[in-house]
Design a protein around this ligand. Sequence first.
Ligand SMILES: O=C(O)c1ccccc1N[C@@H]1O[C@H](COP(=O)(O)O)[C@@H](O)[C@H]1O
Length: 211
Amino acid sequence: MAGGVNLEPQIKICGLVNDEDARLLVKYKIQYAGFVLFYPKSKRCVSIDQAREIMKNLSPEIKTVAVTVSPAKSQIEEIERAGFDLIQIHGTMDMEGLEHSSIPILRAVNVDTQIQMEKFTKHIEDKISGYVFDGKNPGNGEKFDWALLDTIVKHNKKIMLAGGLNADNVRRAIETASPDIVDVSSGVEKDCGIGKEESKIKAFVKAVRNQ
Ligand SMILES: O=C(O)c1ccccc1N[C@@H]1O[C@H](COP(=O)(O)O)[C@@H](O)[C@H]1O
């Protein structure tokens, strides 16, 4: 959290693949919806057109996040044109593409044993609305040592905690790292691995909101 303890963070559910997933986000008043784009290695990858169709089921107050890995300039432009609220960038940042874009960035930091924060020009830094701290391999449900977040300077940016969160560990994660937003994908997925499971979302929300 930007300067303080946040015991009831907002929630992002990532990797939506169908209309039913989106309707569950509305039902449980989730604040952020993530769509994995341009990354065919992921089982959650959808096309921009599919994402736009799924988004029709969301309510307007839910922020949409285009989740990408090393997106090219043309992909950043496509994401902006499609009207996503934020772009989450894992891997490398195409500075030229980002220089010319106005979409706020969530910079993903895939954490192994330590957190090394990058330095950006002021122009890019100003576009970064937050950092997503995730396990080493994105979308693999891998945790990292949440206490490492104590080692970084937070500079008024949103702190999003991701990587292997689920209903059983999210409260401990919140108490350890005090994020502004908790981000989950695998931990609320159906056992078959495709689409989100209502009972897991319900339990996750209950744990986050301490209900
Ligand atoms: O979900 C994916 O397949 C994915 C692919 C490429 C980049 C990011 C991806 N997911 C992100 O991973 C974290 C947490 O996921 P999990 O809960 O550990 O499964 C989240 O930020 C997703 O946006």
